[in-house]
Design a protein around this ligand. Sequence first.
Ligand code: GLC
Length: 773
Amino acid sequence: MEFGKLLSCKTEGNRVLLHFEKADGRLEVITDKILNVFSGVVSQEHRSKAIEGEKANGASFTVTPAIGEGKGEACVTISTQSVTAKVFDEFKVDFYAADGRVLCRDYRKERRRAAGLSDEMKALKASEGHQVEEEDGSEGIQVIKRMEGDESFYGLGDKTGFLDKRGYEYVMWNTDDPAPQMDNFKSLYKSIPFFITLRKDAVFGLFFDNPYRSCFDMGKESDDYYWYGVSDGNLDYYLIAGDNMAEVLGNYTYLTGTAPLPQKWTLGYQQSRWSYMTEEEIRSVAKKMRECGIPCDAIHLDIDYMDGYRVFTWNKDRYDSPEKMMEDLAKDGFKIVTIIDPGVKLDEGYSVYDEGVEKGYFATTPEGEIYVNAVWPGDAVYPDFGRPAVREWWGKNQRFLLDKGVRGVWNDMNEPASFRGELPANVVFTDEDEKADHARMHNLYGHNMAKATYEGLKKQDGRRPFVITRACYAGTQKYSTAWTGDNHSIWAHLQMVIPQLCNLGMSGMPFVGTDVGGFGSDCTKELMCRWVEAAAFSPLFRNHSAVGTRYQEPWQFDEETLDIYRKAVKLRYRLIPYLYDLFFEGETTGLPIMRPLVLHYEKDATVRNLNGEFLVGENLLAAPVVNPGERVKTVYLPEGEWYDYRTKEKVEGGRFLVKDAPLDTCPLYVKAGTVLPVWPEMNYTDEKDTDSELLLEVFPGSGSFDHYQDDGETFAYRDGAFNRYRCELTQDGRLTVTCVHGGYEKKYRKVRVLCLGKEAEGAFEEGKCEIRL
Ligand code: GLC
């Protein structure tokens, strides 16, 4: 895009309209720390699907134009209290912090592209079967930022590889590619065009809110710049400032929304397989879980529960009565989650298809015929989720599942997947009330489907909806959890769990998980043990595997594996109250559950690309073994004092240490001064009363932690029906637990504390409980 010389500017409300020779642009002040750069190529207003509602909060700002004779290079300076943007010719924009530090500046020179391959070389390369990469072509709009020096990049949604994305190139195009995902994959199922840049003297985020296929080169082409390119839509991006990474992430989720508090049981262990084929098999998996003493809250039904892969149907031959099955399982604490794909079987006489055809709810060809491709049921058609009426219809269809007793809906194949080649760019979809095409709606498809599912469940069930999605766009966290799709039972994919889930968290998606044990390929005993040890801390905790691969339920290996598995899942259940508290806080702060160390220790260069460990909240540090044969782990503990969670030994941080890690152990550390709410042993989340006594594990030091109590299921907490307990721990060993908000009728009567092997108790009196440790 060319803008030419900056000729004039004018302020209208929170917008500074910038008139250039060849095109117009504007800079919009959203908040003191969020500025939007916009040029309306295809529309004059934002077309955001990620941001809902008005976010501009009236922050004050000043505008200083320096345009005209004798003023040197034209420049408009826009300053809030925290950020200054300087706009120049060609709509080049430089951002500074209030103290003058550079945040980011546009690169002024031309990109230095590598020469493309000749057709001859391409043919030669292809002849051995090598992939010949096409030039991405996402270059209609380009934003090139100067590399100031020691940049590291985090976020970018769900990408392969390691934590720091510097030096790699990615493409935002939701992609269903079942090949084992490697570091060199440019795209996966999700497109979240947001990243955080960290330098030793600056931190900020950039969010490019444009759903078209886009390219993010994080310094692959050159060490002098990183660039973003997109072929269509508007130039529409946000500079997101903050005093630290946590604040930047908080500001990003202020824009795109935070994940709502989930039902408590969804934090429990979940078992899946493509597919448990019959009612009998499901009942036997449930029975075996209890017999083996593996805590478990949910079993997932993959595509074979349906009648011929027709969504919103149930196979009558394989199930005597799904209702009765779910009722019986519920008595033993099991909930059922069912898969729902977007592709509707082309089948006259099938009510979902017929109704969709009659109402015109499916995507069409440019000629107006219903567009047909293929997924599991064979010929299938694609609901046009961008349309409110279609979302509403889809939402209502969830009734079919709810009536049977289903407690969660797993949305798969919503990139959308298609077995007969990708949908052509010109397939006709709708964007709210505007005609649109596949190129524009592709990356939003999963987002809109998840939204339809969430809203349908919320309206008809009243409980906090549990939706899992494979495809996402920015902002999907408001509606859905996500899993990382079809990984494999290989060590490389266990290693990837840490950076992949951490970067999803840094992209605003906290409730995420991988297929534990790996989906494709065959899991070994050792890999299973190490995977469950790591995944016990991942927010979504589901073992899932593909048809034709080795079964990987906990008992499929040997006694030792079963014992190790049980130990890991039990630890998970012990920590559920802590995880739940993190979710409660996260709904306000946008902070994830699983965090890379860099999120809290950004000044520590050692953790910039630390891929083998992670934080759970701020206070727990897990360092799982992710290599075969290893029985020790090199752990980095950041500054401060830590405790080994198991031995209670005190360890000084700010150094690497080598920790014994036998096959049954994932090294786990707790920061000094931590108060950790925990649960007693349970087979499933509400098996025992946990509302009378608050159980805390305490690690000496000084610190404070907020613990929440509510019904764990409904939205009543939003009307204040929750209790908040502030736990304050002082260096001299005094713990005070004070009920600082008391809106939920059930209240703890006493507190039991476990501290370095010693126990103490106290009772609440007028909302306060004091214990000397
Ligand atoms: C896709 C999903 C996988 C599922 C399978 C069958 O591959 O990613 O989780 O089991 O489809 O539905």
